[in-house]
Design a protein. Structure first.
Lengths: 167, 345
């Protein structure tokens, strides 16, 4: 019974994720696409919770969904309204896109098959402490480099937005 | 082991259900449904009670009489309001983005209702005591930004759109200092678990250990829940009602239900994070202390709104980024130094 319910829950979530992801690509309205993307991220976050990765799930909610809000605002503010078709126009590169997507699927299948899945599926009950330990002790250098990169991006964005003289 | 009336009530209910049904998973499901129903009822009732407070106590503070015709002393005014809202014509404006417009008030309620699962109401009485409790709570509350933006965008009205944009600027801008302020609590507790945070306050409340964080939290909580004097999202004198300008009747009421639910949430969060949660002298059970503190916090937050005029949008945003954020960072630093000194001594 437990097994069946968790399988059902998994397929329900998978349908939500795939459905909204398709919606993102198929929608002709830019804002709709962005909002569907949020729904997709929330679905992925749920998937993390389903796999007992609470921290990653919460992260997905916070950063991705929150980030999309800014994305929508930028999309609305920075795109000019013109007389042509609104939002995401489709183009004729279907075959190229199909080839690219097919290659990606092939690579992903290869990765999935070649990755060993540990049996038992043990998840530590205290992921936060372990993550913090890893980030601030073992991988401190990559962590700091990423932080510096983000800081540079932040300063760069401010200079781009305010102009050289003012900033 | 947990003690307290609510916890033992829940345990005996579970025992009765187990003897009646027998299948553990069904019992779990039923218990969850019962708890969720109770929480939703609390949420709906709080809206009624708080609107009354918003009318009568506000009138008292502002030296007015307030509503006094419906029921004894105007006590039934909220009920009359509710009936009026249900009776109103449901106007759907032309030129809107139908789906987003309809979904926006409904989706706004989801995060507001969801976070009640993470509140410890009494010893051991918490629906989901997850490991990343506080972080998850903040992550879920930050989801309220998008429905506002959806409503603002889909209404196809200038006022609504400006209101929606303001929501994003305001809520995201103040979320950063809030998270950094709460970091001090997490550092002292050493855990993000809500029950552990309350447990850590059994001797000293965090308002004593984290006064700076408390002050920052009060301001950011008012902003996050979109209460006056920081309700520039609605700003009646500037942009009519912001994202919900074009909504009528029950759809509009849903926005208000969410707002009052958020008001109670910040009351509960202030209680849980800074005022010791359900801890209190023994002559009252824990959940009584919890609600007393929560209602006092809510009254305080409403009082602030009745007293101060609305902040201007630009001064508010620069205050968030240029004043609150540095103070919050200093607080994190001070807390770290404090913990180090405490451990050395």
């Amino acid at each position: 019974m437990n097994e069946m319910i968790s399988t059902l829950v998994f397929y329900a979530m998978a349908m939500v994720i795939l459905g909204t992801a398709l919606g993102v690509v198929m929608s002709r309205n830019l804002v709709h696409s962005a909002l569907l993307m949020t729904a997709c991220f929330i679905g992925v976050g749920m998937l993390f919770f389903y796999l007992d990765a609470d921290f990653l799930g919460a992260m997905e909610f916070m950063l991705y969904s929150g980030g999309v809000a800014i994305l929508v605002v930028m999309g609305v503010m920075l795109t000019k309204r013109h007389d042509g078709p609104p939002g995401n126009p489709f183009n004729n590169n279907t075959i190229l896109a199909l080839g690219g997507a097919g290659l990606f699927v092939l690579v992903m299948i290869g990765v999935v098959i070649s990755t060993p899945v540990p049996a038992g599926g043990y998840v530590s009950p205290d992921t936060v402490n372990e993550l913090a330990d890893m980030m601030l002790n073992r991988y401190i250098l990559p962590f700091e480099i990423a932080a510096t990169l983000l800081l540079a991006a932040l300063v760069g964005a401010i200079i781009l937005a305010k102009g050289d003289g003012e900033a | 082991m947990h003690s307290g009336i609510l916890y033992s009530l829940g345990q005996s209910l579970r025992e009765i259900l187990t003897s009646l049904i027998g299948v553990p998973i069904l019992v779990d499901l039923l218990m969850t449904i019962i708890c969720a129903t109770i929480l939703l009822l609390i949420m709906a009732t709080s809206a009624l009670v708080f609107t009354l407070g918003e009318r009568k106590i506000c009138a008292f503070i502002q030296v007015r009489i307030g509503p006094n015709r419906v029921g004894p002393g105007g006590l039934l005014q909220s009920v009359a309001d509710m009936l009026k809202l249900m009776d109103k014509e449901d106007i759907v404006p032309r030129g809107i983005d139908k789906w987003l417009w309809v979904l926006s008030p409904i989706l706004l309620l989801v995060p507001s209702a969801l976070i009640y699962a993470f509140f410890p109401f009494d010893d051991g009485v918490i629906l989901a005591d997850v490991n990343v409790g506080l972080f998850l709570l903040i992550a879920i509350t930050s989801q309220t930004v998008l429905p506002f933006l959806m409503g603002g965008y889909s209404s196809n009205s200038k006022y609504s759109l400006i209101g929606g944009m303001r929501t994003v600027a305001q809520m995201l801008g103040y979320e950063v200092p809030m998270v950094f302020a709460l970091m001090g609590i997490v550092m002292i507790t050493g855990s993000l678990k809500m029950s552990a945070i309350v447990e850590a306050q059994s001797d000293v409340w965090f308002i004593v250990l984290q006064p700076l964080a408390f002050l920052i939290y009060i301001v950011t909580a008012l902003v996050e829940s979109n209460r006056p004097p920081f309700n520039i999202v609605e700003g009646e004198s500037e942009i009519i009602a912001g994202p919900f300008t074009e909504y009528t009747g029950m759809r509009w009421a849903l926005f208000f239900l969410a707002e009052f639910s958020n008001l109670m949430c910040i009351g509960i969060l202030t209680t849980t994070l800074f005022l010791g949660g359900w801890h209190g002298p023994d002559f009252l059970p824990g959940f009584c202390w919890f609600w007393i503190k929560t209602l006092l916090c809510v009254l305080f937050y409403q009082w602030v709104g009745w007293t101060f005029p609305r902040a201007r949008v630009d001064s508010m945003l620069s205050f968030g980024w240029k004043v609150l954020l540095p103070i919050a960072l200093i607080n994190v630093l001070l807390t770290g130094v404090g913990i180090y000194v405490y451990n050395v001594m």
